[in-house]
Design a protein around this ligand. Structure first.
Ligand code: TRP
Length: 438
C-alpha cells in the first residue's frame, strides 16, 4: 500500500527506443536497486504521451513500450512492490495537464531547454523561429509536470538535462497551490552523480542519437559481435595497453567487481590482446545479462501478459489519480452547480475545506455537522448519547464516503436538493482522509 508519509519516488521513461547497455547501467539497474528500498514508494511509468512528441511511427511506439516494459521487469523491477504503469492508461494525466497549462506562464515555457534549442537552431539557419516546432514540444514540460504532481512525488530521479523540467513542475505546483490552496507536493530532482556514463562502440557516450549502442537484450551471438566492434587502438598482443580512455575498459568496469577490474587493469599492463579482452568483456556482461535475457524474451513473446501487468499498475495508480483529480476539479471550480452556489463572485477562502464540527447541545446530547468553507451547513446529525458515537459516525463518513449516507439516514439530516453536492464533498473528504491516514 502506498502512503503519502513515505517518500515517493517517481520517474518516467520515454518509449521511443530499444533499451541498450547505457540505459541499463545508467538508469535501469540503479533504479531497480533503489526500488527495493522498503522506505520509499516507487512510481515508474512508460511515458508514451511524451514519445508522441518525438516519434510519429505508431509501430515503433508500440514496440518500444513493450521492450522497455519487458526490460525493466526482466531487470528485476517488481510490479507488485511498486506502481508500474503506462502514462496513456491514466486519463487523469492529460486532464491535469490542462489544469497546469492554465497556471503556467508562456514565457516560462519559452525558456525550456528543448524548445529553446529548436528555436535557436531555426534562427541560426535563417528559418522561421518556430519552423517544425510542434505545440507538443512546447508543452512537454507541462505534461511532465502533470506526471509528477499527480502522484505527489517527493523525489524524481532524472538525468541532468531534466532538472529544469522538475524546477518547472515545482513552479506549477506553487502557482496552483497559491491560487487554489495546498493541493500539490513540491517535487525535487535527484541526479545520481555516481552512476557510470557508459561509452558506446565508438568511444563517445552510448546513445541512440550516435548510433553506437549495444542493445541490452540482443541475442548473445549478436552481443558478442557488437562487442568485437568496440574501437580500440592498434596495439598488438603483448604490448602494454592504457586503461585510461579505453571504452572497452570502462564498459568492463561498469559490470565488474573491484577485484575483476583490477585484474583487467593488470591484463592491460601485461599486454592482453584486444580479441581476448573483448572476449572477457563479453563473458562478464553475459554473466549478468543471460539470466534476465530468457525472462525478457518470454515477456516479449507474451505481450498480452504485459498488457495485463501494465493495466494492473494503471489500476493502482488511478486509485490515487481519480480522487485527486476530483479534488482538483472542485478546487478550480469545475464542480456540481449546486455546491455552495454563491451570489457573489468573491474569492473563496483557499485553505478551508469543508469540515466536521462536533458539539454538545443543552439537551446533553452530542451532535456534529458538516460545514463548508462559507459556513453553510451541508449535513446535520441528530443527537448521540456519547461523543464516541458521534465520532464513530464521522469516521465512517470520512472513510466510506457518500456510500454510507443511505445506511445512516436515520441519524442524519440534509437538504435533498444538496445531495449531489454532499456526495461530491464526501468523496473529496474521503480522498483527503485516505491521503492522510495511510
Ligand atoms: N522527460 C523524461 C526524459 O526524457 C521522461 C519523463 C516524462 C519523466 N515524464 C517524466 C521523467 C516524469 C521523470 C518524471 O527522460
Amino acid at each position: 500500500m502506498t502512503s503519502p508519509h513515505r517518500t515517493r519516488v517517481l520517474t518516467g521513461i520515454t518509449t521511443t527506443g530499444t533499451p541498450h547497455l547505457g540505459n541499463y547501467v545508467g538508469a535501469i539497474r540503479p533504479t531497480v536497486q533503489a526500488s527495493r528500498d522498503t522506505h520509499t514508494d516507487g512510481f515508474y511509468f512508460l511515458a508514451d504521451y511524451h514519445a508522441l512528441i518525438k516519434c510519429d511511427e505508431p509501430a515503433r511506439i508500440q514496440r518500444s513500450t513493450l521492450e522497455i516494459a519487458a526490460s525493466w521487469i526482466a531487470s528485476g523491477l517488481d510490479p507488485d512492490k511498486v506502481t508500474f504503469y503506462r502514462q496513456s492508461d491514466i486519463p487523469e494525466i492529460p486532464e491535469l495537464t490542462w489544469l497546469l497549462t492554465c497556471v503556467t506562464g508562456k514565457g516560462v515555457l519559452n525558456r525550456a531547454h528543448a524548445y529553446k534549442a529548436a528555436v535557436d537552431k531555426n534562427n541560426a539557419a535563417g528559418h522561421d523561429t518556430d519552423a517544425d516546432v510542434t505545440a507538443g514540444l512546447f508543452m512537454y514540460p507541462v505534461l511532465m509536470g502533470a506526471d509528477i504532481l499527480m502522484f505527489k512525488a517527493h523525489k524524481v530521479p532524472v538525468g541532468r538535462d531534466q532538472i529544469q523540467h522538475i524546477e518547472m513542475a515545482r513552479d506549477m505546483a506553487s502557482s496552483f497551490n497559491h491560487l487554489y490552496g495546498e493541493h500539490f507536493v513540491l517535487p525535487e530532482a535527484v541526479v545520481e552523480e555516481s552512476v557510470a556514463l557508459l561509452p558506446g562502440l565508438d568511444g563517445r557516450k552510448m546513445s541512440k542519437s550516435y548510433d553506437n549502442t549495444i542493445p541490452l537484450f540482443a541475442p548473445a551471438a549478436q552481443m558478442r559481435k557488437q562487442i568485437a566492434g568496440i574501437v580500440t587502438d592498434s596495439k598488438a598482443p603483448g604490448e602494454p595497453k592504457a586503461t585510461e580512455g579505453s571504452a572497452l575498459f570502462q564498459i568492463y568496469q561498469a559490470f565488474a567487481s573491484a577485484e575483476e577490474t583490477a585484474a583487467m587493469a593488470r591484463a592491460y599492463a601485461e599486454g592482453i590482446g584486444w580479441g581476448d579482452a573483448k572476449q572477457m568483456l563479453f563473458e562478464r556482461i553475459d554473466r549478468e545479462i543471460a539470466p534476465m535475457r530468457e525472462h525478457y524474451q518470454s515477456l516479449i513473446d507474451h505481450p498480452a501478459q504485459m498488457d495485463k501487468i501494465l493495466l494492473a499498475g494503471a489500476d493502482k495508480a488511478r486509485q490515487l489519480a481519480t480522487p485527486f483529480i476530483r479534488e482538483l476539479r472542485h478546487a478550480v471550480g469545475l464542480r456540481a452547480l449546486s455546491s455552495g452556489v454563491t451570489t457573489s463572485v468573491a474569492k473563496e477562502s483557499k485553505t478551508s475545506m469543508p469540515s466536521f464540527k462536533q458539539y454538545r447541545e443543552k439537551d446533553g446530547q452530542f451532535y456534529f455537522k458538516l460545514v463548508d468553507a462559507k459556513g453553510q451547513i451541508l449535513l446535520q446529525s441528530l443527537g448521540f448519547a456519547s461523543p464516541k458515537e458521534a465520532g464513530q459516525t464521522i469516521a465512517r463518513l470520512q472513510s466510506e464516503g457518500p456510500s454510507v449516507l443511505a445506511e445512516l439516514k436515520s441519524v442524519l439530516h440534509f437538504d435533498p436538493l444538496n445531495a449531489e453536492t454532499l456526495s461530491e464533498i464526501l468523496l473529496i473528504l474521503k480522498a483527503h482522509n485516505e491521503a492522510n491516514q495511510k
